[in-house]
Design a protein around this ligand. Structure first.
Ligand SMILES: [Mn+2]
Length: 283
């Protein structure tokens, strides 16, 4: 039975990033950061919260170059991430996004092309398509950091009761049960929950798993500020759709406690991905 969730240790570091959408430059910056941190602290984890694929089209690139002018590195990211997973199987974690799931039979997305699945796959060889599907079929659906944080592509509602229900979900659309499809919908596509809903979901997941989870870090949305917070329990760090200097990821101290979103401080836990550009320029 495929295991679709992972629990991080209570010590070490976790880097959390989301929504790359084919931006190879962002992927390489995250990889470098992960390798550097892991060289210093062997118990360093990297959790990528999905949407590796589907870059902007030519029109978006020319109309909003500050946000969207980059070549489609979707396949290079799939291969790069697969290589990192092979090298660090216990420390690199891939959580599925809805754009990734679309390649396995999930609802096709149409952000930049009428059918982004058909568009990307038409550019790939059979071997490339197989490598991409292999990575996505093995994906996780959620990661738990016992320091207080649930990590998902979306921000789930109370449909998510017990994280173990995610295990065994066969990511083939045809063979999922109705309950599994509802779970997939909420972990991949929900967001913007009220505090009451997030609190109730976190409480029931905590009760079943023996944790004390208080916040959700998720992806699936954009903000030019490089992150946004909703209520007291939800944070979305943003790479795709933010200008280069604003792009953020999260760095968690797994031995600390995070009891609400205010514990994720900009410049401390919430970090700029390309900050190093400035220090190099300043040096
Ligand atoms: Mn998404």
């Amino acid at each position: 039975m495929p295991r679709r969730h992972r629990v991080l240790p209570r010590d070490g570091v976790a880097l959390v990033s989301t929504d790359l959408h084919g931006n190879l430059d962002d992927f390489l910056a995250l990889s470098r950061r992960f390798e550097q941190e892991r060289a210093r602290c062997p118990e360093t984890h990297w959790v990528q919260l999905g949407d590796l694929v589907h870059a902007p089209d030519d029109q978006a690139r020319s109309e909003q170059p500050a946000l969207y002018d980059f070549p489609d590195g979707s396949m290079a990211i799939v291969d790069g991430f697969s290589a990192l997973l092979a090298k660090h199987p216990e420390h690199v974690h891939f959580v599925l996004g809805n754009h990734d799931y679309a390649h396995l039979g999930g609802p096709h997305t149409s952000k930049f092309h009428p059918d982004e699945v058909t568009h990307l796959e038409s550019l790939l060889s059979t071997e490339q398509r197989e490598r991409m599907h292999r990575l996505f079929y093995g994906a996780l659906l959620a990661v738990v950091a016992p320091c207080g944080v649930l990590l998902c592509h979306g921000s789930p509602d109370e449909t998510l009761r017990d994280i173990r229900l995610l295990d065994g979900i066969p990511l083939h659309q045809a063979s999922t049960t109705r309950q599994q499809r509802r779970l997939l919908q909420t972990v991949l596509c929900s967001y913007g929950q009220t505090d009451a809903v997030s609190r109730a979901m976190l409480a029931q997941v905590s009760q079943h798993g023996g944790w004390d989870l208080r916040l959700v870090i998720h992806g699936h949305d954009r903000d030019e500020a490089g992150f946004f917070v909703e209520g007291n329990h939800q944070l979305c760090p943003v790479l795709f759709g933010a200008p280069r200097h604003s792009k953020r990821f999260v760095r968690l101290d797994l031995a600390a406690r995070y009891d609400d979103v205010r514990a994720l401080r900009d410049g401390h836990e919430l970090l700029r991905l390309h900050d190093a550009d400035h220090s190099v320029a300043d040096a």
